[in-house]
Design a protein around this ligand. Structure first.
Ligand code: TYM
Length: 327
């Protein structure tokens, strides 16, 4: 059975972009693949985090994973910091990574732009991400479009290691959805929807109350004109909303265009809000009952034990090949 691995940062609230671009696929893939899903708390600290908030958000993401359909008995779901092999292999891969490669990463450029002091961890972040994936010899990595470049680097590092030390790592493939790989911000379709955007109206958080969702969608920026037409080049704002509609309703884009033909943006936005609410309301109910059940910690502990077993196997092989003395 092919292996899948992916992860999300517990920094801030997960958004509809996270869900459509990645999380939705996690649950689907677990029926056909052996899956590892992480909450990447070590990655989250590459920017300053309030300790209490980090704890809360890590639990929230774990609960959202389950609410979105991940079954911790079927998939291995765990916190990155619980499996120390990530930090260890991360360091080893950092030594194989070139400065130039890290300097080219657009996520680093975006996150460091205009900052006076930038943590070294933000720079070496992609080497740790490569370790996440390679520790489990994942074949497939479901991610949104913005992680493509990190995946390319992971593949390069795997090749580099294999060439230098002999065949060790599987070369992973990205698994990126055709529609919804890049959900854009509601206030400006030239930026991706992001949980770190200070304008709360620019994103829909998975835990936003239905009325908040309705309000945010009614205020979403639309292009001039009134035609509900998917044309990302000329109508980027409306095209983004159509992508969201398509993903929430599972309707093809052409059907959505036909449905609102000649009706203008008003009815379209109203229905879109209801589609999003219909998707998120049951997820939010499941989320609340998981948080209340108190079962999260035992699920995470079991996940960490299973993950560590596999991670240790790979790490020992890596250490042996690199020339470390093993006991
Ligand atoms: P993160 O936490 O920023 O995002 C989690 C996932 O959500 C996707 N995503 C989006 N997809 C569509 N539209 C959007 N607006 C949008 N915003 C976010 C991201 O592409 C991602 O798939 N580096 C990763 C976390 C990570 C990881 C890994 C992923 C660490 N190790 C190993 C896969 C495998 C990140 O920062 O994702």
């Amino acid at each position: 059975m092919k292996r899948v691995l992916s992860g999300m940062q517990p920094s801030g609230k997960l958004t509809l972009g996270n869900y459509i671009g990645a999380l939705k696929n996690f649950a689907e893939l677990q029926h056909t693949h052996e899956c590892y899903f992480m909450i990447v708390d070590l990655h989250a600290i590459t920017v300053p985090q309030e300790p209490a908030a980090l704890r809360e958000q890590s639990e929230a993401v774990a609960a959202l994973y389950i609410a979105a359909g991940i079954d911790p008995a079927k998939s291995t779901m765990f916190l990155q910091s619980h499996v120390r092999q990530h930090a260890e292999l991360g360091w080893m891969l950092t030594t194989l990574t070139y400065m130039g490669e890290l300097e080219r990463m657009t996520q680093f450029k975006d996150k460091s732009a205009g900052k006076e002091s930038v943590g070294a961890g933000l720079f070496t972040y992609p080497s740790l991400m490569a370790a996440d994936i390679l520790l489990y010899n994942a074949d497939l990595v479901p991610v949104g479009d913005d992680q493509k470049q990190h995946l390319e680097l992971t593949r390069d590092l795997a090749h580099r290691f294999n060439q230098r030390y002999g065949e060790t790592f599987v070369i992973p493939e990205p698994y990126i959805p055709q529609v919804g790989a890049r959900i854009m911000s509601l206030d400006d379709a030239s930026n991706k929807m992001s949980k770190s955007n200070p304008n709360q109206g620019s994103f829909i958080a998975l835990l936003d109350a239905p009325d908040v969702i309705r309000k945010k969608i009614s205020r979403a920026v639309t292009d001039s004109g009134r035609e509900v037409k998917y044309d990302p080049h000329n109508k980027p704002e409306v095209s983004n909303l159509i992508s969201i509609y398509a993903q929430c309703s599972k309707k093809p884009i052409a059907e959505i265009e036909a449905l609102y033909d000649g009706q203008g943006y008003g009815p379209f936005k109203k229905d879109l809000a209801e589609q999003v609410v219909a998707l998120l309301e049951p997820l939010q109910e499941r989320y609340r009952s998981i948080r209340e059940s108190g079962e999260l910690h035992s699920a995470l502990r079991q996940g960490a034990e299973r993950a560590a077993e596999q991670a240790e196997k790979t790490l020992r092989e890596v250490k042996e090949k690199m020339g470390f003395i093993l006991f």
